[in-house]
Design a binder for this molecule. Structure first.
Ligand code: ADP
Ligand code: FBP
Ligand code: MG
Length: 342
């Protein structure tokens, strides 16, 4: 069997470890061949491929980003797209099936293609950890580590100046990165999309920290909304999928906190630093296990499914299940830590 692998949507530390594990498993155990499809669905619709053999994947598990490139090309809207064209392109290139590594957008495309008869398997990726069908995805642990280091650094400069530091992390719809990094740095308030708050509530936490002689640290998700805000904070236009580009809520909040409390405040937007660079050991392990499992699913002919972490085991779930609700931070998980704020 000859399998095409693609990475699509936002990049994520661990993508290369999936690719390496899939290729090595396929070659060693099943005598499969692989081709890399360049830049996500674009490589598939345009038939833009590169060789993926043993030497092409040597040493890449520890490397961030994706050796295949990524994009936000839609497999149906792009020229040469649509199931019939893609089936013809696959036939021409001798590709029997596709392993698509991506988030909820990529998986929605994969589901549609699978429904239209294209043999495709999914591997979940997202630093946001917002896919409900899997307990964790690779990339999340790395993002939390990077945000933790940033928070630790902000604390020492904040302490020196007795300033309120506001650290903004990614998390478009869900607050997992903020929650986990906020807990690990001992943030005095963690602001997440699932739980809008007023500026008065936030300022109350900040003031109480300051009044007992500490420099406040607030961790906020990019998708957080103050109570009463209809939409997420967005001042950068839209991305290639027409979604508002987020980032900058901390730059709005820091002056508001300063005005409400009189405490000098500074904001830091961590941005894509969270997505770049080497994956953590845990993420390399999870990504490797996903890569192995995806190839085993292909060998079993389980097209139309996605590999997922359930507890400690990797299982197969249907695309329909994978694309259900987003995995938001449950209120109880937030309340568990909220009593430590301030
Ligand atoms: N319903 C859909 N059908 C087909 N393609 C889709 C669909 N939703 C998103 N996509 C495509 O999937 C790709 C990745 O989606 P995006 O949300 O940007 O990233 P991610 O996969 O990380 O969630 C984009 O190229 C987008 O055009
Ligand atoms: O700047 P970009 O690459 O368009 O992506 C920004 C978005 O991608 C993310 O980093 C990850 O989102 P996905 O998991 O959907 O790829 C979000 O946290 C962020 O809002
Ligand atoms: Mg997405």
């Amino acid at each position: 069997m000859r399998i095409g692998i693609l990475t699509s949507g936002g990049d994520c530390p661990g993508l290369n470890a999936v690719i390496r594990a899939a290729v090595l498993t396929g070659i060693k155990e099943y005598d499969f061949e692989f081709v890399g499809l360049r830049d996500g669905w674009r490589g598939l619709v345009q038939g833009d491929v590169r060789t993926l053999n043993r030497s092409a994947v040597r040493g890449i598990s520890r490397v961030g980003g994706t050796i295949l490139g990524t994009s936000r090309t839609n497999p149906y809207d792009a020229e040469g797209g649509g199931a019939d064209n893609i089936a013809a392109t696959m036939k021409r290139l001798g590709i029997d099936g596709i392993i698509a590594i991506g988030g909820e957008g990529t998986l929605a495309g994969a589901k549609r293609l699978a429904d239209d008869g294209i043999p495709v398997l999914g591997v979940p990726k997202t630093i946001d950890n917002d896919l409900a069908a899997t307990d964790y995805t690779f990339g999340f642990d790395t993002a939390v580590e990077i945000a933790t280091e940033a928070g630790d650094r902000l604390r020492t400069t904040g302490d020196s100046h007795m300033r309120c530091m506001v650290l903004e992390v990614m998390g478009r719809h869900v607050g997992w990165i903020a929650l986990h990094s906020g807990i690990s740095v001992g943030a005095h308030a963690i602001l997440i999309p699932e739980h809008p708050m007023t500026i008065e509530e936030i300022s109350e936490y900040v003031r109480s920290v300051y009044d007992r002689g500490r420099a406040p640290l607030v961790v906020v998700s990019e998708g957080f909304k103050l109570a009463g805000m209809d939409e997420e904070y967005s001042r950068k236009g839209v991305d290639a999928s027409n979604r508002p580009r987020l980032g900058g809520i901390s730059e709005m909040l820091a002056p508001m906190i300063e005005e409400a409390t009189g405490i000098e405040s500074r904001s830091t937007v961590l941005g894509h630093i969270q997505r770049g660079g080497a994956p953590t050991g845990s993420d390399r392990v999870l990504a490797t296990r996903f890569g192995i499992a995806a190839v085993r699913a292909a060998a079993d002919g389980e097209w139309g499914s996605m590999v997922a972490l359930r507890g400690t085991e990797i299982e197969r779930v249907s695309f329909a299940e994978a694309l259900g609700e987003l995995k938001t931070v449950p209120q109880s998980r937030y309340e568990e830590i909220k009593h430590l704020f301030g």
